[in-house]
Design a protein around this ligand. Sequence first.
Ligand code: 6R9
Length: 647
Amino acid sequence: MLDAHDDLLERRLAALLERDRFPPSDAFRAAALIADGSAHAAAAADPVAWWAEQARALHWFRAPERTLDDADAPHYRWFADGMINASYNCLDRHVTAGLGERVAFHWHGEEGEQRAITYAWLLEQTQRAANALKALGVRRGDVVAVYLPMIPEVVVAMLACTRIGAVHNVVFGGFSPESVKERVEASDARVLITVDGARRKGRTAPVKAAVDAVGMPVARTLVVRHARSEDCPMSGRDAWWHEALAAAEPACPAEPLPAEHPLFILYSSGSTAKPKGILHTTGGYLTQVAWTHKNVFDLRPERDVYFCTADVGWITGHSYVVYGPLANAATSVMFEGAPDYPHKGVWWELCERYGTTILYTAPTAIRACMKWGPEHVERFDLSTLRLLGSVGEPINPKAWLWYWKAIGGERCPVVDTWWQTETGAITVTTLPGAQDAKPGSAGTPLPGIAASVTEDGLLTLDRPWPSMLRTLLGDPDRYAATYFPHGAGTYVAGDAARVDADGYLWLLGRVDDVIIVSGHNLSTAEVESAIVAHPKVAEAAVVAQVDADTGQAIAAFVTLEGDLEGDDALVDELRSHVARRIGKLARPKRIVWADDLPKTRSGKIMRRLLRDIADGRELGDVTTLREPAVMEELKRKVAERRTADGD
Ligand code: 6R9
């Protein structure tokens, strides 16, 4: 039974959920960079010409005369005759304009250390690092693997590569050395930039020793001294980063590169077993990343303080920690640690300390903060915030509302940004000064982007866009077959979606996250959202299990708020709660109480593994899991539940 307090909470939430539109305040709109439909309209009239116009915001050594080249579609090329350099756009341009002393990153370490990283410092370090790479034999087009934690040196390492036309392949610090090895081999990287040790919640992991233990197949390694690990073996092929930079020449002019020169490879943390090497190139990527970072976040670089909580090791970090903010001369907060160390309010402490105005994070983090409780938020002054962003998964309306109320103080627009490693930059969202938000919907295609939903409910992008992936490394046929199965004009994103009468897109999860119960399509996102709307629920993951009667049935893995314990009464209550919100058909057949859910390192729930346990199969690949131990616990609980349910 719900007590009176829960009942009130639920009624309040229900009232808010009824309100499906959240327009920006008049004050926000009045000051916004884009406050009406003009950008959408201008782009719709001639999308290719519109992108050519946006590319002019960058510095080009030679301005492109050609915009889109589709002669070899779906291998599209953008701005192919232009010459550009990403590090020049992120650094030299601003320093030349007199912004050298502007802080690029307020870096905040795990133990509270602070470093103010200026544009001038980044430029100086980047030039030295570029020369150090050259001294190790790195040439234009060579791949450099980067395996570093969230420290300023990771930005320097990436920009040093781009300065000389080397291609970075950043591997998220949370991945194991084995996966680094796999990616080093697949991308043929000759040099690895890594660290002595990585700090995590008060402990230090001996990264360099672990890298050596797997026999990393690179010719040379550069090692950043960060954690001062005692256990940091150095051999003949290893050099200390700080020594190599000190010995290097201070000047290294940025090389003019063709716009289609490869910028980076990023292996996508997908649900498939074999990682895909997504290749991005320079001019188109930078054009769209810079435009979206400025206009989706309504950025005023001279006064905003922007905090993106993503790790550089995944695409959000590449596009919205490094390239977008730096191309726009923004000031950002960069945080080394975890959201719950040294305490569960550390993000909010950082927002207060640095006067953060724009915050960009993921639904999984928002739900974790909800679960930890408001007391960790309320201790800090969040009044400088003026815009909030979400990325990575559909954000369920309950989490959206909590974000809007508890973090945004009911005054900050929330932009829910849909995009992928493959799209390189944001493609679907709302422009916060021009469009209303609808909690649970990402919004509409951005200017210059065409998207639609096919008859069978798949999201497609119907026109090439500048920051799209160019190919899968070493496998152009897989690129064409995976993303353009119906021909070169239509990019199939792999997400299920619905479009409403206003043209807003409602993302329903990856295609294989759709469940068919007695012939009716239900999306995991929708059912999860309904379950999470219950006041006692913190998080839920829903998957299909094989069912003799209905083909598929719904199994729900549910994490409760705080220290609440699940029981049979709550099972019934949740089932009828879902029936009320969606319909009887969507009632979970089985509910399993889970203290934790299996997630990738980037926070996405791995439903593939939950399907395996729901059906009692052998588990597939678990190497990308953040906490592999979670699975054993869940397996045991499912077995218990099966026995209790008598099957
Ligand atoms: C940027 C990033 C891509 C997949 C994508 C989709 C899901 C991301 C979303 C979203 C609904 C959003 N996704 N943002 N779903 N609403 N705002 O996350 O890239 O790691 O490649 O993941 O993430 O399913 O297809 P990536």
